[in-house]
Design a binder for this molecule. Structure first.
Ligand SMILES: Nc1ncnc2c1ncn2[C@@H]1O[C@H](COP(=O)(O)OP(=O)(O)OP(=O)(O)O)[C@@H](O)[C@H]1O
Length: 303
């Protein structure tokens, strides 16, 4: 079992603070590192992989510092976000080269084992240039697994994949986590994290905004205040009826129509149809107007 631990870690590039006093522990299983673009996810992964030194604090992998520590490279694999793979090689050749770079005693056996793990044995003798995006990505995952590391870090592994390829990759991560490895993948898409991992670390503007069980964080997100645009057959009368509702914290009418602020999503969306029915008003449209990921993240940071 290999834990990855960040203890009071900050990283700055000149004046830019990319990671700000982050403490987290990753254990076996799959964890999602969720955050909007520029939040500091790549910087966190690169510090864990020993590619970057923290400016402050400590990053350890299995109790030893990650930075400049060759023993960490033996225990850890990184699938970076953008990385060229040589199109003229076959997956088999690429894997054997990767195994030799790790100075493994039997590169051929290691390549075979890694290709089996990602289910790429059938296509292993075709050139990588002929592969789909999903197959290329699986080949890169295999290369990161060739030395059988306990820890696997993946930076935005689902980017550019179609739904079927995504499902395949999700399955793969799930199986790797179930085998006792410590898996961390970054994403800026909530649903991706929801489907793959029960544990999530949310990072916003370099800070850890939330951490722990996905469902608890999801609840926190859906319990936050919501703003809705409502169009009905009688907005003015609906506004009067809504203001008396405990789930409603504010109503506003202007030229654009009726805007309602609600304390939480569930109780408002349940109450609205009943009120409209009782008043004889038809609701034509109900649109959440603050659903951007950024607004969800900034709510978490303020919470
Ligand atoms: N080498 C660098 N020099 C200066 N600033 C940097 C450098 N690398 C990253 N940054 C800055 O640090 C912050 C965090 O970047 P990082 O790439 O870690 O975020 P991210 O969450 O991975 O974003 P993305 O998903 O867009 O890659 C950003 O403001 C970025 O501009």
């Amino acid at each position: 079992m290999t834990d990855v631990v960040l203890d009071g870690v900050s990283k700055w590039y000149g004046n830019v603070v990319a990671v700000n006093d982050v403490t987290m522990t990753l254990g076996p299983g799959v964890t999602g590192l969720l955050g909007p673009n520029g939040a500091g996810k790549t910087t966190v992964l690169h510090m864990m992989a020993g590619f970057l030194a923290p400016s402050r604090g400590a990053v350890t992998v299995g109790d030893v510092p990650a930075w400049r520590n060759p023993s960490v490279y033996e225990r850890l694999g990184l699938v970076s976000e953008r990385e060229a793979v040589h199109d003229f090689l076959t997956a088999r050749e690429f894997l054997e080269v990767s195994a030799r770079l790790h100075k493994l005693p039997d590169p051929s056996a290691a390549a075979q084992r890694a290709l089996e793990l990602v289910e790429m044995t059938d296509a292993q003798n075709r050139r990588i240039g002929t592969y789909s995006k999903g197959m290329r990505q699986r080949t890169r995952v295999a290369a990161a697994l060739v030395h059988d590391p306990q820890v696997l870090l993946l930076d935005e592994p689902f980017n550019g994949m179609d739904p079927r390829q995504r499902l395949h990759m999700m399955d793969l991560l799930h199986n790797l986590g179930a085998s006792g490895r410590t898996i961390l993948f970054s994403s800026h898409i909530l649903e991706e994290v929801e489907q793959v991992s029960g544990t999530v670390q949310v990072i916003v503007a370099g800070r850890l905004a939330a951490s722990g069980d996905y469902r608890a964080i999801r609840r926190l997100m859906s319990n936050r205040p919501h703003v809705f645009a409502v169009h009905s057959t009688d907005d003015r009368r609906l506004a009067v009826a809504l203001i008396g509702q405990p789930s409603v914290t504010g109503v506003e009418i202007d030229k654009a129509g009726l805007t309602v602020r609600a304390g939480d999503y569930g109780s408002f969306t349940r109450a609205l149809p009943k009120i409209a029915l009782a008043e004889g008003i038809r609701v034509r449209r109900l649109l959440p107007s603050d659903e951007s990921l950024e607004s969800v993240f900034s709510y978490l940071v303020e919470a």
